[in-house]
Design a protein around this ligand. Structure first.
Ligand code: ADP
Length: 245
């Protein structure tokens, strides 16, 4: 993590500027704008089929807007390649694998070759230890991922998304089908990641209880637009520190 620097504030980690998108027959999002900064937790709600996943896929450059711009860290999402700067936990992801991978090995797959640099080696192993601990996986790190609980598998996937120390974390319905213990660990770790590590988070859920007390802003996808619920329904947490160290 870089030390705080004087000068202009860094660009938002994610910007959508007048984005319009539809699949073959229908427009799903119309002229949507959104900006997320480091240390900010933005929740996106809306009924099934409203366009939440589409919004995330556009945000990650997996879909191209028909109109408007998407930028990641100030770079056009279509040409963005610094994937280690963002972590993505897709919807209904399951960590079970036909390969006999351990929990730790699944987390390591998030590094995708980045640990090869000797200069980064120590920081990488420290980060690996940190995210395994943060997600409460220390006791099961050597177990086969196919043999741990669904909640532990989901936590392994979140740890995998975090292992490169991204500055933006995008989560799509991360609590679907996971147990209460996994939900509690996720809440605690998100509080740490945003409040202490200064990560930007976009959290999609149809369940407001999942992020109550964590979100700075709650946006609802409604009729193709984004409505700011003004955070009034959910108080935000008191940050331990808002600095992006
Ligand atoms: P949500 O995540 O809020 O449930 P989605 O973004 O998945 O909503 O879907 C928004 C709309 O786009 C829905 O009407 C859905 O049926 C449609 N849709 C999603 N993916 C595709 C696709 N690949 N092709 C065509 N239509 C799609």
């Amino acid at each position: 993590m870089s030390p705080p620097t004087a000068g202009p504030a860094p660009p938002p980690v994610l910007e959508l500027d007048g984005v319009t998108f539809g699949y073959s027959d229908a427009t799903v999002l119309r002229a949507v704008s959104l900006s997320v900064r480091e240390g900010e937790f933005v929740a996106v709600v809306g009924p099934n089929g409203s366009g939440k996943t589409t919004l995330l896929r556009l945000s990650l450059g997996l879909l191209q807007p028909h109109r408007g711009k998407v930028r990641l860290f100030g770079i056009d999402a279509a040409s963005f390649r610094e994937w280690w700067r963002l972590g993505y936990v897709p919807q209904r992801a399951v960590a079970s694998s036909p390969l006999p991978l351990s929990v730790e090995e699944v987390v390591r797959t998030g590094l995708a070759g980045r640990e090869r640099s000797a200069r980064r080696g120590k920081a990488t192993s420290e980060r690996l230890e940190h995210v395994i601990d943060l997600m409460g996986l220390s006791a099961v790190r050597r177990r086969r991922v196919s043999e741990v609980s669904g909640g532990q598998q989901q936590r392994a996937l979140i740890a995998r998304a975090l292992v490169t120390a991204p500055r933006l974390l995008v989560l799509d319905e991360p609590t679907t089908g996971v147990d209460a213990a996994a939900r509690a660990v996720l809440r605690e770790s998100l509080e740490h990641l945003v409040g202490v590590e200064g990560m930007g988070v976009v959290y999609v859920s149809h369940d407001p209880g999942a992020f109550a007390g964590l979100a700075d802003r709650v946006l609802e996808v409604e009729d193709g637009g984004l409505v700011d619920l003004a955070g009034s329904i959910l108080p935000s947490v008191t940050r331990q520190t808002a600095s992006a160290t």
